[in-house]
Write a protein that binds this ligand. Sequence first.
Ligand SMILES: [Zn+2]
Length: 220
Amino acid sequence: MADLIFKLPSSCAQDLTGQKFGRLTVIGFAGRRGKNRYWNCRCECGESPVVFGGNLKGCVTQSCGCLRREVAAKAATKHGLHGSKIHTSWNGMKNRCLNSKCEKFYCYGGRGITVDPKWLTFEGFYADMGASWKAGLELERIDNEGDYEPSNCRWATRREQLNNTRRTIWIEHKGERKTQSDWARQYGLSRKLVDSRRRQGRMVEMLFDPVKEPIQRRVP
Ligand SMILES: [Zn+2]
């Protein structure tokens, strides 16, 4: 807020200093940008946000953001979800893909398998996967080499999940047998590209061609 003007115009009758809006107490005038006035506030949680006066008076902003976070957390707790199986599934997914200290990381995050950004919060994950969850089901990726994202996930029984694991695509190439994604990584290609080439019926030898064809240079 470098272009703020730090003087409350004397014509301004609306000094909000000392007033309380939800969890926020106005400490003093912070500055002005155009017609908008901003106020230094102190939140009950200890944070010191600068808030647009119009949002204070309109009750749009009532905390530094801690209130919204608590409401979201409470909503999840209300469903009895924290510490529940679905929450554990979500946590496990994040650990496998994002926590390099997780003992299974090398099979997931370590192989480039990622989590949809929306699923980084439990609320986001629950919005997509909550309705189809039932006790006893586990989170499964439909394409075993694909990412954790809405189009590639479903809830499955353990048996279904084991069957899916067997669906891993193995490719024999140059006398070696590796998974499709391991080959893709080796050649610096995306798994999706190799997969679509394979589905198009390309010969194994041509699955791993570089993306850009080498430029034909004319020898002078
Ligand atoms: Zn706060």
